[in-house]
Design a protein around this ligand. Structure first.
Ligand code: SF4
Length: 420
């Protein structure tokens, strides 16, 4: 059934024929979305239940809206993901990455090794470092600031996309500072943007099941909106496919939309499939076998494109969580950004994700072109680089040569992935 529908999806039937095949009530909902009406949570839940011809119509409408709102280019960013420690006391039950400090494979990357990793990334054309890690109980109060300072001193032009809201919460507590003062200090040290991770599902009942000690919804919102107010933008994410319901998903996305209407600070939305292998949730039977990859994921991407219309333009696929083929298919379901090339994405790898941890730029471009779309490199803040003229117009770096200047082109590179 799934294979047949995916083959049907590839047939590129015109939108009007897809709409004509949908059930009348669902077609009316899709026509409202096409007209630019905002969908409410109940509409979102309806989308998340779409099957058969309704699902094909939903995907076709998401594709049409993507084309209308952001065009046919598929962007990607060249960067490196650095998980600087896997030592963590938070104990999220969905996480296979964390280690206790006494475990044999626990690690803490020292600053000189971090600098070497950044240098490697720069040598491969990276414009951004995405840096997150576990919540290490032995961390010094100002470790995050000091690491940031060391990197920005050596590589002033690299864009630092670092520190999840959970890390901001922990760092500010350790430093005995308010979130505003702490984020302001990091911004002064060169923090560019923060990952909108640690969001999972923004519902405290769900979060209690996933992770008792994780940042709660109110605090997550406070940290992210404070960052946005300070001019530190963020991504937005959602982890799906565990204990949540369709209502949780629809309300999560509606909440992100409301926040965006207030701050305008989200650069993108990234749905992240829960990778169940090697996690406590799966081991303890809280989550059973995950739904097969495919239409389940495409439905989420298409739903997100409709729900976020007029609020968050960029919907990013995650080849790390899905795999290359499904990430390609997601380009038919409202996605306009391919993420990037990771040099290391330890978290998904340890939880059994199957797309590896690194996809060279040439391969990413080939995957995008294989779907008949134009690949375009972008900066963290979605400034397109392939056109040349607009480079660095917003103060972001383009190519980094280690001293902050520009250098020539690149062929091979890395990129980020939200972790916790
Ligand atoms: S998701 Fe992050 S905070 Fe949670 S256990 Fe893993 S490393 Fe720690």
């Amino acid at each position: 059934m799934q294979t047949a529908l995916i083959e049907e999806l590839r047939s590129h039937l015109p939108l009007d024929r897809r709409l004509a095949a949908a059930s009348p009530g669902f077609r009316a909902l899709l026509e409202r979305a096409l007209a630019g009406d905002e969908l409410d949570v109940d509409d979102g839940i309806t989308c998340l239940g779409a099957e058969g011809d309704d699902l094909l119509a939903l995907i076709a409408v998401a594709d049409a809206i993507r084309h209308e709102d952001v065009g046919d280019d598929v962007t990607y960013v060249v960067n490196r993901n650095i998980n600087f420690t896997n030592i963590c006391f938070v104990g999220c039950r969905f996480c296979a990455f964390k280690r206790q400090r006494w475990e044999a494979d626990a690690y803490n990357v020292p600053v000189d090794a971090l600098l070497a990793k950044v240098q490697e990334a720069v040598d491969r054309g990276a414009t951004e470092i995405c840096m997150q890690g576990g919540i290490n109980p032995d961390m010094e109060p100002f470790t995050y600031r000091d690491v940031l300072r060391a990197i920005k001193t050596a590589f002033p032009a690299i864009h630092m996309h670092a520190f999840s809201p959970m890390e901001i919460l922990y760092g500010s507590r350790r430093a005995n500072m308010s979130y505003r003062d702490y984020l302001g200090m990091l911004k002064d040290e060169g923090l560019g943007t923060i990952p909108g991770t640690a969001a999972e599902i923004l519902d405290d009942d769900v979060r209690e099941i996933l992770s008792h000690k994780k940042v709660d919804v109110r605090t997550w919102i406070e940290i992210v909106t404070t960052a946005h107010e300070l001019g530190v933008r963020s991504t937005s994410t959602m982890m799906y496919g565990h204990v949540e319901t369709s209502r949780h998903i629809a309300e999560h996305v509606a909440l992100l939309r409301r926040l965006q209407r207030t701050t305008g600070g989200f650069t993108e939305f990234v749905p992240l499939r829960f990778i169940h292998d090697n996690t406590e949730l799966f081991r303890d039977g809280v989550v059973s076998e995950p739904p097969p990859k495919g239409l389940y994921d495409l439905r989420i991407y298409a739903f997100a494109r409709l729900m976020l219309r007029g609020a968050i333009d960029n919907v990013q696929t995650s080849w790390v969580k899905l795999n290359h083929e499904l990430a390609q298919l997601s380009l038919l379901a409202g996605v306009n950004d391919f993420g990037g090339t990771l040099m290391e994405e330890s978290i998904s790898r340890e939880a059994g994700a199957d797309a590896g941890e690194y996809t060279p730029v040439a391969e990413i471009r080939g995957l995008i072109e294989g779907m008949g779309r134009r690949p375009v490199e972008r900066t963290t803040l979605y400034r397109k680089l392939d056109g040349g003229d607009e480079r660095a117009a917003d103060g972001e770096s383009t190519r980094i040569d280690g001293t902050g200047g520009r250098s020539g082109g690149s062929e091979v590179s890395p990129r980020p992935a939200p972790c916790c």
